[in-house]
Design a binder for this molecule. Structure first.
Ligand SMILES: [Fe+2]
Length: 382
């Protein structure tokens, strides 16, 4: 069971965390100082031997994970503290999961070997962004030879998390928006996932409602209330996808991030509304889950529309576009990339066979192309 502390990091009594004497601190670079964590943790950990690990690539690469494992072994640390955004969390989870194994990390990432439990290392996660919810998931993204993998194992789930909204205050409005849209998208995708269950649906419903209600204000006029709400939304969305995983918008977004440098949450949000429409038009033959029904998928999407304050899937798409615009972001993907010529590459970048957790099979390429290029869209004003 994960322990959750929602307190001011400075006032938190660290004795409850039962920290070991030697600690590996996995953290961001300048952001670790700017967010205020450096000042607080230097004081809190002054009697312990702390080895710092930072300076790795934003999206964790295997070569960086190897460096982290070497540092963990050399330091003799029994506790890893992760302070940062989703990539820092993932890096710490990978170091924990892949250290102390019998074979080379690459074999576990490729799936040719199964991870064994690594209970000797305690992992404490302190997020400084409000988006990925990675502090509450048991999987981590890792790149090997530029190919994206997701390593999943229960031992990757952090043992304790500390949620202090003050650490998110140094995010720029753009960073706040990108992470907020990641949380919103993860909530929506979890809610319609074929793996959704009553527990995940409760988490995702709360996450969507909190995100929609606070996202724009957290970007334009941040205060402790909307920052706390966005932190909670991100954490709930993380808990939701921990049970369901993400679906089509995430799968298609990775190409936009890796080829056009569109930040992750923003890239997913650019696709989210179109997939709300796409999934709502599912036919019986296109159900990913053969035990499900067209009506149950439609019901879930109607619920999502309700959480978004929308009257229909098309209205939900319009509202998401308005949220993007209200945050100062371009909402039209065709204005950011040459979608006509890139569509085939985007479609090919996704393993459609592995996309079975999206409620609708993503086989109707022409329909998806029309939706993404905005054909037949009305010119409503926000
Ligand atoms: Fe995400």
């Amino acid at each position: 069971m994960q322990q959750v502390y929602t307190e001011n990091l400075e006032h938190l009594d660290f004795t409850g965390l039962a920290l070991s004497q030697k600690i590996l601190l996995v953290r961001g670079g300048q952001s670790y100082i700017n967010c205020g964590a450096s000042k607080v943790l230097t004081e809190k950990l002054k009697d312990r031997e702390v080895t710092h690990f930072s300076g790795f690539h934003t999206n964790p690469r295997l070569e960086d994970v190897r460096k982290g494992i070497v540092l963990l072994n050399e330091s003799g640390a029994d506790t890893i503290i992760a302070v940062g955004g989703g990539s820092v969390m993932d890096m710490a989870k990978l170091i924990k999961g892949l250290s102390g194994q019998d074979s080379d990390p690459g074999q576990y990432i490729r799936g040719s070997k199964k991870l064994k439990e690594n209970r000797n290392i305690k992992l404490i996660a302190i997020p400084t962004t409000s988006g990925s919810g990675s502090e509450s998931t048991h999987f981590a993204v890792v790149y090997m030879d530029k190919v994206k993998y997701s390593l999943a194992h229960q031992s990757l789930l952090p043992d304790s998390i500390i949620l202090d909204y003050r650490l998110t205050e140094s995010m720029t409005p753009f960073q706040t928006a990108c992470s907020a849209f990641d949380a919103l998208s993860q909530g929506v995708e979890s809610h319609w996932s074929v793996n959704a269950d009553p527990q995940s649906s409760e988490y995702s419903e709360k996450a969507i409602k909190l995100a929609v209600g606070n996202l724009v204000n957290a970007v334009r006029s941040p205060d402790h209330r909307n920052r706390t709400a966005m932190q909670e939304a991100a954490n709930l969305a993380g808990k939701a996808i921990n049970l369901t995983k993400t679906t089509a918008p995430h799968a298609f977004s990775y190409y936009l991030t890796s080829h056009f440098d569109i930040p992750h949450g923003y890239a997913v949000a650019l696709l989210l509304g179109k997939f709300i429409i796409f999934n709502s038009r599912v036919s019986d033959k296109e159900l990913s889950d053969r035990n499900s029904s067209r009506q149950s998928v439609v019901n879930k999407i109607n619920n999502i529309c309700g959480f978004l304050g929308a009257e229909s899937p098309e209205d939900a798409d319009f509202r998401i576009n308005c949220l993007l615009k209200d945050c100062g972001l371009e909402s039209d993907l065709t204005k950011l990339i040459d979608l006509e010529s890139e569509f085939e590459n985007i479609y090919k970048s996704v393993n459609i066979e592995r996309l079975k957790n999206n409620p609708r099979l993503v086989e109707n390429k022409n329909e998806l192309f029309s939706l993404l290029t905005g054909q037949g869209e009305s010119e409503k004003q926000c």
